[in-house]
Design a protein around this ligand. Structure first.
Ligand SMILES: [Zn+2]
Length: 299
């Protein structure tokens, strides 16, 4: 376990998914996200023991399985209060929504019901609102609206540290995914930009290294999204279905999703580019023989 102090009262447990621990005024600890699974919950428990303070609460940033998967274990060990953004809480309470929405609302393929996409359910005791500070055990947490990667994702600003959730990823993470997951292209760009004006001594992304300033990595993320968006617009000079577009982007990025999970995690951002293009009047919809197709409007 790699426990790094980024502030007198704030620690980051570095891993494939970062987790935070915040010391409260009342000498307790608050976890910011709980990782993928029971094992991540155990790691948090061990870290709290090492610091020597009791875990009092969990603050989740968004309802992706790899960010709240440790909730259930921690709740089974100690009575903690769970906080989550009001627009994300429903999925934490009923995690089956995640593989369902990835499979267009249908009962999901068994291959989509793994721990990466389907966490154990957890109660949410308090739903917080972006921009409205809340107090836990005497310490103030400010939720920062960062929609885009998830519909109602929030960052958390506490003790001069900004937990940025998945509003941006480090370049190696971006490159690994090829097209980073998001549900709203324009909101993703706006949220990443809004982080530039956040004053904090440290920024902690959900995946990647804590940094003093995230500006360069934000630039990289936006640039990679913009390139993929342009690939989609160019491919739609001829009518293309979503699956054809996905294949076009895979060719352009040298990607080959190896399983249904990897496929749906790529399909969602491609669909989000299409929604943005149609919304901006840059693309039209063509229905043809049972195919939903998209055509770029040449100006
Ligand atoms: Zn996420």
């Amino acid at each position: 376990m790699e426990l790094t102090a980024v502030h007198e009262h704030v620690w980051v447990i570095r891993g494939a998914v970062n987790m935070g621990l915040v010391r409260t005024q009342g000498d307790g600890l608050v976890a910011v996200d709980t990782g993928l699974d029971k094992q991540a919950g155990k790691t948090l428990e061990k870290a709290a023991k090492e610091i020597g303070l009791p875990l009092r609460a969990i603050v989740n940033t968004h309802a992706h399985a790899d960010h709240f998967g440790g909730n259930a274990y921690l709740l089974s060990r100690t009575p903690v209060t769970v906080y989550a953004p009001e627009g994300e809480a429903a999925v934490i309470r009923r995690p089956m929504f995640e593989p369902e929405y990835l499979w267009q609302g249908a009962s999901p393929l068994p291959q989509l019901q793994n721990k990466f996409l389907l966490a154990q359910a957890s109660p949410v005791h308090v739903e917080y609102t972006p921009g409205v500070p809340f107090e836990v055990d005497g310490t103030t947490f400010l939720p920062v609206a960062l929609p885009g990667h998830a519909a109602a994702q929030c960052g958390i600003l506490v003790h001069d540290v900004c937990f940025a959730a998945d509003a941006y990823f480090d370049p190696p993470v971006v490159d690994k995914h090829g097209v980073p997951y998001m549900v709203d292209y324009l909101a993703t760009c706006r949220s990443a930009d809004s982080l530039r004006s956040v004053q904090a001594a440290w920024f902690v992304p959900g995946h990647g290294e804590p940094a003093r300033r995230p500006d360069a990595v934000i630039d990289y993320l936006k640039q990679r999204h913009e390139q993929a968006f342009q690939t989609v617009l160019a491919a739609c000079r001829h009518p293309r279905s979503l699956d054809e577009l996905l294949a076009d982007v895979c060719r352009a990025r040298n990607l080959a999703p190896a399983n249904p999970g990897a496929y749906v995690l790529l399909r969602t951002p491609i669909a989000a580019y299409v929604t943005a293009a149609v919304g901006q009047g840059r693309m039209e919809i063509i229905m043809d023989g049972g195919k939903l197709q998209f055509l770029t409007i040449e100006k």
